[in-house]
Design a binder for this molecule. Structure first.
Ligand SMILES: Cc1ncc(COP(=O)(O)O)c(C=O)c1O
Length: 392
């Protein structure tokens, strides 16, 4: 029996060695501080759970969702949220669709838009789903480097013109995983202009748009005039409302791109339990998650202030769940992550796992299991301090 050859296109698991060492360290009984995964450690706010229970008691939610693009009350709530949050009008009937989390949409948009030989422009470092699915669909990727010197924004003028001419998709993600970088409307305006000029569909991944600190408010690319000619934006409730396990998100924007993705997905899945859609509709327009955000901010401050006090030079991210830290001279990302794990019992992700331009960095997450009000992060800083790392 032979599996499909396309699976050979999936790059080797870059965290392989770290995963192996982590298992080893854990087996030795080391008390690990886990700053690796970006998965909210706090529970979903209770009013959302209550709404789910109420919706689950409605037998109408026990059957297939046979609507065109997602449970209508949910898509109306999405449109209302866009209007209130960004001042953007979305037609819930033609410009919005339900996703099983945003990863669903980000992966499947490649299958809806990419033919063999087509190109996607992808951020590097970046969420690996964009690249892997472009490759699985038979396409190729061209990296857009996200450099610290450029505020972790790609330099659109540096994209080779033959790549721009043949690209069908461009992926962008702000607030950014893994760098914590943010984009403003000026940049989004440049992107829309560029995409219209080269006839590229832009996929704007705003998974972290409501994980923000210090009063920062993240914009939507759809705020730009003419954006709906080229942009599909994807979001989910995962990070905003501690709902990663619920698998609920949405895509909005250009109606042709939405229709293409919906055509594909209507042949792949039958959506999820509609009670989840009703609870999510309620969450979007009625619930805030301030306590969790205050906790992330506290952890961010403990981590960044603590490490800067011993010579690191970190900026405080105003959004996302991540601190993106340059590694000391003489280390690769992987060496440094390995050293922190073996000598301090602190687990971080080596930046090269996110692409070539992630080399030289590690990612530390602010979602920390078993952390009570920053105590585990304080412990991580203490242990790292004791390593007496030399910074040149
Ligand atoms: C940049 C980015 N986009 C999208 C996702 C997918 O999240 P979900 O599928 O839970 O919406 C993640 C998850 O970590 C992410 O980091």
């Amino acid at each position: 029996m032979q599996r499909a050859q396309r699976l050979d296109k999936i790059p080797p698991y870059l965290f392989g060695e770290i995963a192996r060492l982590r298992a080893k360290v854990a087996a030795e009984g080391v008390d690990l501080v886990n700053l690796s995964i970006g998965d909210p450690d706090q529970p979903t706010p209770q009013p959302i759970i209550d709404k789910l229970c109420e919706a689950a008691n409605n037998p109408e939610t026990h059957r297939y969702d046979e609507s065109e693009a997602g449970w209508p009350e949910y898509l109306s709530a999405v449109a209302k949220w866009y209007k209130n949050r960004f001042g953007v009008d979305i037609d819930p009937d033609s410009e919005a669709m339900l996703l099983l989390g945003s990863k669903d949409g980000l992966a499947h948009i490649c299958w809806a838009m990419i033919d063999p030989g087509d190109i996607s422009l992808v951020p590097d470092p970046g969420y690996t789903v964009y690249k892997v699915n472009t490759m699985l669909a038979g396409g190729d990727t061209v990296a857009m480097p996200l450099l610290e010197a450029n505020g972790f924004l790609p330099d659109l003028s540096a994209i080779p013109s033959d790549a721009a001419k043949s690209a069908k998709l461009m992926f962008l993600n702000y607030p950014n995983n893994p760098t914590g970088g943010v984009a403003d409307l000026k940049f989004y305006g440049d992107v829309v202009k560029f995409a219209r000029e080269y006839d590229i569909a832009v996929v704007s991944d705003i998974a972290y748009c409501d994980v923000t600190y210090d009063g920062y408010v993240a914009p939507s690319m759809l705020e730009i005039d003419g954006a709906k000619d080229v942009v599909i934006e994807m979001h989910s409730l995962s990070k905003s409302f501690n709902m990663t396990g619920w698998r609920i998100g949405f895509a909005v924007g250009n109606s042709d791109i939405v229709a293409a993705l919906n055509k594909l997905k209507s042949n792949l899945d039958s959506r999820q339990f509609p009670a989840i859609d009703l609870a999510a509709a309620y969450a979007l327009n009625n619930v805030t998650n301030e306590q969790t955000l205050a906790l992330y901010k506290r952890r961010r401050d403990i981590l960044v202030d603590g490490l800067n006090a011993i010579g690191w030079k970190l900026n405080k991210p105003v959004a996302s769940l991540y601190v993106w830290a340059r590694v000391p001279d003489g280390y690769t990302s992987a060496d440094f992550a390995k050293m922190l794990l073996m000598e301090a019992g602190v687990l971080v992700i080596p930046g090269n796992g996110y692409g070539e331009y992630g080399e030289g960095y590690v990612r530390m997450s602010l979602t920390v299991a078993d952390d009570v009000n920053g105590d585990r992060v304080t412990e991580a800083v203490k242990r790292i301090s004791e390593l007496n790392i030399k910074w040149s």
